[in-house]
Design a protein around this ligand. Structure first.
Ligand code: ADP
Ligand code: F6P
Length: 322
């Protein structure tokens, strides 16, 4: 392999820059040239491609977002668009790809590999932690720490006023951000899409917490359950004298400097990705981390792993919040 391309796709996540940097510098150390592709698959189709060197990634390891920009490119679902992207790769002499993104980005990579045989390796990059084949995705640890810091701050002011607060967090259909931040932040109630919400139980818990003498109630609500305003209304219909507030953390939890864990994961995944691309029979792969070991699977194998939800951890979080 003489030249590879690197791109970020889908929602950005802290640690993507650390992964780009590691890809560029490790590939160069192996004698492989690296081209950056801007704005994900959109940039690949449009030919927004440029050579990168060690200095292109200076002063980036600590930054959130992605220096390569990211985009969603629905046209990439059509083979004709992917053919245009393949022509661009050919024109730039790009023989393999590192794709940093989530489930959708991996599906795009799989299609590109199935259609045109472009060797490619995916690095899991999304705050949602919704890729079942890997224990963690890049950005998850940082996002949870950001949520945690917000939970701590909200707790102070809720306690001062004897209030309850619903804190809505991201994650699409995955409740991992809510469970990890809820457990680490001592939330009284954690609501996730994987467990159907029982409003009676939520109301009962709040009432009991007041009787127990708790002077604040933190409810961590994953966005995949319902909007925080809806839940607030439902709770007030049942406990009309409750002083309750809502905070939707939104994009605050998607930006920011990556944590140590995300930077290390980024470096390890990038090195593995480049090592795989160096092999003749690389094919279409993804890398990840399982039981603290860096692993690789074919894209098909990875996408076939059923979604898992750590019910035991959820149960622990619920017990400890009482
Ligand atoms: P993520 O990678 O974070 O899951 P998206 O689901 O938005 O983000 O996907 C990112 C991009 O990947 C999409 O905009 C599209 O270009 C490409 N993509 C997603 N699903 C497919 C698919 N089934 N086939 C081809 N390309 C896809
Ligand atoms: O996938 C990452 C994520 O931040 C999700 O948690 C959230 O639902 C979504 O992206 C928001 O996407 P957008 O950038 O399109 O608002």
């Amino acid at each position: 392999m003489r030249r590879i391309g690197v791109l970020t796709s889908g929602g950005d996540a802290p640690g993507m820059n650390a992964a780009i940097r590691a890809t560029v510098r490790y590939a160069l150390s192996c004698g492989i040239e690296v081209y950056g592709i801007e704005c994900g698959y959109d940039g690949m189709v449009k030919g927004n491609v440029f050579p990168m060197d060690s200095r292109s990634v200076s002063d980036t390891i600590q930054k959130g977002g992605t220096i390569l920009k990211t985009a969603r490119c629905p046209e990439f679902l059509q083979k004709e668009t992917r053919r245009q992207a393949y022509d661009v790769l050919q024109a730039f002499g790009i023989e393999g790809l590192v794709v940093i993104g989530g489930d959708g980005s991996f599906r795009g990579m799989k299609d590109l590999y199935d259609d045109f045989g472009v060797p490619c390796v995916g690095i899991p990059g999304t705050i949602d932690n919704d890729l079942a084949y890997t224990d963690y995705t890049l950005g998850f640890d940082t996002a949870v720490n950001t949520v945690l810091s917000a939970v701590n701050n909200v707790r102070d002011t809720m306690t001062a006023h004897n209030r309850a607060c619903i804190i809505e967090v991201m994650g699409r259909k995955c409740g991992d951000i809510a469970v990890y931040a809820g457990l680490a932040g001592g939330a009284e109630i954690i609501l996730v899409p994987e467990i159907p919400m029982d409003l009676d139980k939520v109301v009962k818990t709040i009432k009991q917490d007041r009787i127990k003498g708790k002077n604040s109630v933190i409810i961590i609500l994953a966005e995949g359950v319902c909007p925080c305003a809806t839940l607030k209304e439902q709770i007030l219909e049942r406990i009309s004298d409750l002083s309750i507030r809502t905070v939707k953390l939104g994009y605050i939890q998607r930006g920011g400097a990556p944590s140590m864990a995300d930077r290390i994961l980024a470096a390890k995944c990038a090195v593995k990705a480049v090592d795989l691309l160096k092999k003749e029979d690389c094919g279409g792969k993804v890398v990840g981390i399982k039981n603290n070991e860096i692993i690789d699977l074919t894209i098909d194998e990875a996408l076939a792993v059923p979604r898992r939800f750590d019910k035991d951890l959820y149960k622990v979080a619920t017990i400890l919040g009482k």
